[in-house]
Ligand binder design. Sequence first.
Ligand SMILES: Nc1ncnc2c1ncn2[C@@H]1O[C@H](COP(=O)(O)OP(=O)(O)O)[C@@H](O)[C@H]1O
Ligand SMILES: [Mg+2]
Length: 1024
Amino acid sequence: RGISENFTLPTGTYFLSEVDIEGRVRLVMESALTARDRVGVQDFVLLENYNSEAAFIENLRRRFKENLIYTYIGSVLVSVNPYKELEIYSKQQMERYRGVSFYEISPHIYAVSDNTYRAMRTERKDQCILISGESGAGKTEASKKILLYYAVTCPMNDHMAALGDRLLQSNPVLEAFGNAKTLRNDNSSRFGKYMDVQFDFRGAPVGGHILNYLLEKSRVVHQNHGERNFHIFYQLLEGGDEDLLNTLDLERNPQNYQYLVKGNCPRVSSISDKNNWKVVMKALPVIGFTEEEVQKLLNIIAGVLHLGNTQFGEGEEGETYITTETQITKLVKLLGVDGSALREALTHKKLTAKGEEMISPLNFEQAISARDALAKAVYGRTFTWLVEKINQSLALKDEIYHSNKGSSVIGLLDIYGFEVLQHNSFEQFCINYCNEKLQQLFIELTLRSEQEEYETEGIAWETVQYFDNKIICDLIEEKHKGIISILDEECLRPGETCDVSFLEKLEDTLGGHPHFVTHKLANGKTRRVMSREEFRLLHYAGEVNYNVNGFLDKNNDLLNRNLKEVMCQSDNQILSRCFRREEVMDQKRPEMAATQFKNSLMKLMEILMSKEPSYVRCIKPNDAKQPGRFDEVLVRHQVKYLGLMENLRVRRAGFAYRRRFEAFLQRYKPLCPETWPNWHGRLVDGVSTLVNHLGYKPEEYKLGRSKIFIRFPKTLFTTEDALEAKKPEIVIVIQSGWRGMKARRRAKRRRQAAELIRRFIKGFIYRHEEYCPENEYFLDHVRYSFLKNLRKNLPKSVLDKSWPTPPPLVVEASEHLRTLHMRNMVVKYCRRVQPEWKKQMVQKVVASEIFKDQKDNYPQSVGRLFLDSRLGTNVRPCAPQYGASVTKYDRRGFKPRPRQLLLTNTFAVLVDRTKIKQRIDYTALRGISVSSLSDGMFVLHMPSEDSKQKADAVLQCDHVIELVTKLAMMAGKIDYVNISPGSIRFTVARGKEGIIDFVRGSEMKVTKGKRGHLLVTVPRTNTT
Ligand SMILES: Nc1ncnc2c1ncn2[C@@H]1O[C@H](COP(=O)(O)OP(=O)(O)O)[C@@H](O)[C@H]1O
Ligand SMILES: [Mg+2]
């Protein structure tokens, strides 16, 4: 194998092959999650030596020690009672098993539950789970876990949640009335239970139904030492409050009641009767019991106790009478029956002979057995009523059921397993017969499904060696010749019959049958271990001796007719339902107990046959109910009586192991160079190539249509071992592959980074060169960066003159962009400008052309809007375009006079209030002069030769810029505006000139200066 010990991965150290001491029980590698899960084999089918009981038990034991209580035999789940709470039933665990294929994770009751549920959903076929095992092996717990799994994981609405609640709540009630403490189990179910859970087409539970089988009624009147009566009696006495006990005429001490003292075991440490009482009382209303019904039910329970305390005496003439009259009074009250009729019926028997009714007194023993028969009948029938009542509450509403074609059912059978006691009686006979039938069903269904699988896979069917137990079933149930028929006959035969005569009859009829032996028929060796009153059946699981004592009575299950009559008339509704008048009227004898049981079993088989079965086989590891103890003798006994070896043989009869091609190939492909790492051809060819490479011999395997079948586990284990040995290699391959890929990836990225840096540096060096391969990357990058930066930092308004400094490479482009951007902004701006504003702008632009940098007070004027008029509203002759107040200085003497200057489209006028003083035609206007300072003086130059026009006008205005701009625009004489820095010359009259001098001073002053000049002192402007 090469590598022999172990290998280490980041996840831990792995041992290559764990082989047990004998080297027989090997690991199943498949589906194992943790090393712990791999103790032993998870599936007995993979046991090499499948005929060895010792290997089987050793595997169970090893797993049990690790708290691995579940193991498969194919699809059968074997469960060993741990007798302690394990942390494997949480909601998370449920989730783990949900929707996961059966063999993928460790065996579990949830896997069976889930698999069954999914099979029901996907195949639309009814399912059933058969749970069997000895008393105390964990059947009822298993069935509860399955129910809980469905209650938690199935889709539900409110209505269904209520149903789920009722399903779960019915359990404590059934257990209170149908379970008891026995030597084997403190909470032993004393009846067989088959429960159907109905699911609708969405897979939600919508209804339930319970069938009950063979309640152990004899327990009502008698218990073996150390055992108890049904729980409900003790619960009532322990938990019922004073008032309740008073109305029922009960005392709290169970020792006071004859029916409770036989086992001498009123209390059990593991059971809290008080708490359970509360649980039951809470559950009853949930499953639909009215207060009145609960009361009537408790009356009956108390009635049974009082019946037990009813005693008889023997008169001098052998007649029997009742010694405890008070009991009768209590019974009358509680059972609602007629006192004297009851008294009579308990001590006399009504017979019909030759068409005449006769009353005959009972002797002491007969009276006692009549009383006990009544107690058993009352309790037994009440139990049946209770189950029916629960069924009503769980019933699927008819209309839903019928409208619900897609609905399916999962059945749960929790029934007594094979029972072999020291003394086996009628009950054990029935129970073992039941198991015989279940085994028959198992064989039939398992073989059938095997055969079906072979057929679908196209593999020839090979006969399987197994024990067919039909012969035993026939021995018991065959008409006329079977044990049950003989028993019935013996019960009905007129004349003296007794258990011994029944035994003789059996010997006569069945003597020589290979599975039937009695003391008389046996050889010496067997004789020694059999009593004369016993017959022995060789069941499929083993031999059991049955003592015939009591068979006839138990089969008869007789209740005197007059007692039935009394009960019919009861005014307790439950009792009057349980004892129907028709039954008394009917002269036909009711069916015997065994036949009844046989018939109900037949029905059960029919129900189960119509369903797809799964099996849970429960084993109890020790009799002491202790955790951690594995009693091999006890377990071997159960393995035998559960027929587990037989199960395994049937499963192993053909091929031990089968797996779909893809799963098989996926798992083992590393073992063959052709299939590793991937097979691209047909799956079947891949598998074929693989097994050829592995050296499978033709008899070791077969290839079906979609699966490979392997006959011996050994073949599979060898393959598994090979895979294990291969694993380190694979690990190394995968590891190196992965590392290599990571390293290559890193190196590649480094190379790329270095290359980039190199290009950058080169580009930087060549950055001033022409665009060339050396610098293209760098230059592109510079351009790109600039543009990207520019995009983020573009000026937002026309006035914003900022602009990122471009690198030399893109100066030109930058300038283009800048202009473009500016234009763009301007266009956008202009589009938004209103006509009013436009006019303003036009004038401002003109003002700027004329005055900018020419006249001191121009800057102040920029911010002020030009108005349409600077006059009050009253002066508006001939619709002027503009008007402003001005001061006119006489040309001679410079006397100031207030005037208004009005501008029209073709001329301007100087007006003294309403009188036009001077008209200035624009066509005649020769020029407009202003100073460069911030004064408001301006001169309108007129041609002196034109006599129509007066000479130049010397004017002053506070809004000189506005006024001059408008005038120049209207007159179309923008170019005629002169701005003189020092002085303005103007014409006073023809040939005579005047001069205005401008000087800077501290304040604004207009005075006469030297040589007859006009002197204008202008303060400096604050150009802020
Ligand atoms: N899976 C389990 N985990 C823990 N305890 C269990 C389990 N199964 C059974 N037990 C214990 O064993 C007892 C008997 O089980 P029960 O199901 O009543 O047996 P059965 O129905 O087969 O007679 C239970 O009361 C419980 O204490
Ligand atoms: Mg049980």
